[in-house]
Every structure is written in structure tokens, then in C-alpha cells.
Design a protein around this ligand. Structure first.
Ligand code: FEO
Length: 395
């Protein structure tokens, strides 16, 4: 349990969930996660900002009770997703005088998702303020920094901002303040890759806005609190940049090592030319590692075996995942191996089409193992990737 003062009557009252292994039934968690909730005691009113994941509601309310929180006037909900809104109903039962303060989109979501009665909700507009006495909450509606309902809450007098899922990390901690480390940066990047990358343009916009606001602290809804906002904002500036790095990711699935040998060959050629590469075995690999690779990659080389008369279903899944994550990659190549015939790349190309990637060469479809002439074609693909990277000034 946690209850820690962050600054001048602003308290952390969230919980770590060390045992959670997967998020949204999709994203593997390396370090569990935290669901952050903040309590703000003004001279006249008390507000809670964001609540708790439903299975941890009992522990969450007990934590508030043990820390003698007898009165809550406002429950500010920055986002409707249940990991933050899941305890509103229980909080309203415990603190029946409280009103839920949120924007219209969150209001619609919490009515439908967590059964919050309409008459308990106070809908606010972008920029509106709410006084707690000596503290003022200002609401900044930030649609598309994850969900269309996303909002930030700025505590004006203290110059701190609760950024909801934005700038978070699936990470657990003892002390709520971030201590920069390789592990934290890794977790924050992985979180950005899996959750925020589809909204890169909006993340870039709000990274800039927060830099301009020169806030003293960033209080996200997962992971530690940032006393040094530039630490996380500088990382986001890099990850959201429009310019990819001199880096190629090569996700592949290979039933009899033929496709794998092509991927190995290409990766070695590219590395020898000075391009960093990440080979990713789609079946055995961790999806989060691939997503992190996609944050920076300029080129995606997808390798697949054929199953029946089409691409291996695992490669279809990855092409779909890549298309929804919307990485900034600019180039692609497709290679693969088949046994008796069919269409290896049509579906993959269709799934990747929304990314508008420049496919650098005719997809290479090899029967069985690659032969001498196939290796020559792989040389050609490697050379074309090198030229493309040079053409955008990253090597
Ligand atoms: Fe952490 Fe979108 O909820």
C-alpha cells in the first residue's frame, strides 16, 4: 500500500500490481504495473484524481481509510478506461457527497463502462477551472493522446500536471519518484511503443506543450512521478521525432529455417554496412521488443514461410500489429520461402498498406532454401535499403 506526499498536500494514493503479466490481453508486462491515483487536499475541498483497476478496489479504499481520508468532494476522471475509472462506483459509495468531474467523452464512457450515474457527474470544458480553496485544478482536454476522451489535470499553484496514461510506464516502485535508470527508460519506451506510438503526432504535440509549460512535476497514471520532467519529455521528443534512425527491424517466421537464413543473410549485410538491425523471431519473441524496435526503425523487413497457399498466420498477425502501431518507418522489404506454391505476400502487403511504406524491391519468394541467384537478389535488397537510408540522411 502506498500513501506518500508528493508536494504540498498532494499525495500519491495508487497501488502497485506486481503480479500482472499482460495488459489488454495483448501486451506482456515485464515489471507489472502501477495504477496511480492522486489525492489533492485544498483548504476547502478534497479531490481525487483518477481511481483504480477494478480488482484492486478494496485495497485502494482501505488505503484511503487507513490514511484517514474521511471526505472527498471531487473525483476527477482524466480518462474512462477501467484501469483508472474502475473504482468510481465504490468511491461514490464510500464518499457519497463526492461528484465526478470530467469531460463529456469520459462521462459517456464511465456511464457505459463502470455504471456511474449521470446525476453524479459534473461535465467540464477544456480550460475550465475548479477551485479547492487554495488550490486550483485546470482541465486540459487532450484527445488522441491515447483515447479520444483523454484529459490532463493541471494543479496551477503547484505547477504540477497529471497526464493520465501519457508519459507513463508499466513499472512498479517503492518510492514514487522516478530514479532514471536503464530499466525505467526501457519500460517507458516499451510503454510508449505499445500504447502511445499509434498517437505519435499527438504525443509529439503535447510533449512540446508540456516543455513550454515548464511544469515542476509530471504525475502520470502508470509508473513513477517525474520530479525532473525533462527526463521523460526528452525521451518522448526522441521517440516521437519524424526522423527514423539508421536501423532495420526484421520480424520473421520460419518453419524450416529457409526464411530465417535469408533474414540472417540480410541482417549481416546491413550490419556490415553500418546499419543497426533487430532480428525478431515472431513465434518465440516478445511482442514488446518488436514494438520497441518499431519506435526507431527506418525499414521493416518482414520474412515469412508459406502455410498452405498463403503467408504464415503469425506473420499476418505481425503485419496487422505493425499497421495499427503506426511506426514512423519509411521503407520495407518482403522475403520468404514456400513449398508448393501460392501467394506469399499479397495479404501482408495489403495489411501494411496503411503505413505507405516504400517497398524497396520486388518481394523475394524462394522455393525451399535460397540458392545462389537468391543470395544475389538479397544483396540487391540490402543495397537498396542502404541507398534509401542514405537518401533520407540517416547514414
Ligand atoms: Fe491506463 Fe488507457 O488506461
Amino acid at each position: 500500500m502506498k500513501f506518500q506526499e508528493i508536494k504540498n498536500n498532494i499525495y500519491y494514493c495508487g497501488l502497485n500490481d506486481c503480479d500482472r503479466k499482460i495488459f489488454d490481453e495483448l501486451i506482456p508486462l515485464e515489471h507489472g504495473t502501477s495504477y496511480n491515483s492522486y489525492l489533492v487536499k485544498g483548504s476547502e475541498k478534497v479531490a481525487i484524481i483518477d481511481t483504480m483497476y477494478p480488482p484492486m478496489t478494496e485495497e485502494y479504499i482501505k488505503n484511503l481509510e487507513e490514511n484517514k481520508i474521511e471526505k472527498v468532494d471531487y473525483i476527477v476522471e482524466n480518462h474512462g478506461e477501467q484501469d483508472h475509472s474502475g473504482s468510481i462506483a465504490a468511491l461514490l459509495k464510500r464518499y457519497p457527497e463526492a461528484k465526478v468531474v470530467t469531460n463529456a467523452k469520459v462521462a459517456e464512457n464511465i456511464k457505459n463502462m463502470v455504471d456511474v450515474p449521470e446525476d453524479k457527474i459534473k461535465v467540464i470544458e477544456n480550460g475550465e477551472e475548479l477551485s479547492l480553496g487554495d488550490k486550483t485544478l485546470q482541465f486540459i482536454i487532450a484527445p488522441g493522446v491515447h483515447w479520444p476522451d483523454t484529459m490532463f489535470t493541471y494543479l496551477k499553484e503547484d505547477n504540477v500536471i497529471c497526464t493520465c496514461d501519457f508519459l507513463g510506464a508499466h513499472y512498479t516502485f517503492e518510492d514514487v519518484f522516478a530514479v532514471p535508470s536503464v530499466e525505467l527508460e526501457h519500460s517507458a519506451k516499451r510503454y510508449y511503443a505499445e500504447i502511445m506510438m499509434p498517437f505519435r503526432i499527438m504525443c509529439k504535440k503535447y510533449t512540446q506543450k508540456l516543455k513550454e509549460m515548464k511544469v515542476d512535476m509530471i504525475l502520470p497514471s502508470h509508473g513513477p512521478v517525474h520530479k525532473n520532467p525533462d527526463y521523460i519529455l526528452d525521451l518522448y521528443e526522441d521517440w516521437t521525432s519524424d526522423v527514423p534512425k539508421n536501423f532495420v527491424v526484421l520480424p520473421y517466421v520460419s518453419m524450416y529455417k529457409s526464411t530465417e537464413s535469408m533474414i540472417d543473410y540480410l541482417a549481416e549485410k546491413l550490419e556490415n554496412a553500418g546499419i543497426k538491425t533487430l532480428k525478431h523471431d515472431i513465434v518465440d519473441g516478445d511482442l514488446g521488443d518488436l514494438a520497441m524496435g518499431l519506435v526507431d526503425a527506418a525499414t521493416i523487413v518482414l520474412g515469412t514461410s508459406m502455410v498452405l497457399a498463403g503467408p504464415h498466420p503469425a506473420s499476418v498477425n505481425i503485419a496487422y500489429v505493425a499497421s495499427v502501431l503506426k511506426p514512423k518507418a519509411k521503407f520495407a522489404a518482403l522475403v520468404g520461402s514456400y513449398g508448393w506454391g501460392g501467394k506469399l505476400f499479397d495479404l501482408i502487403a495489403q495489411l501494411l498498406a496503411p503505413l505507405k511504406l516504400d517497398i524497396v524491391a520486388e518481394p523475394l519468394q524462394v522455393k525451399g532454401k535460397p540458392k545462389t541467384e537468391d543470395y544475389l537478389k538479397l544483396d540487391e535488397i540490402a543495397n537498396l535499403i542502404i541507398e534509401k537510408h542514405k537518401s533520407i540522411g540517416i547514414m
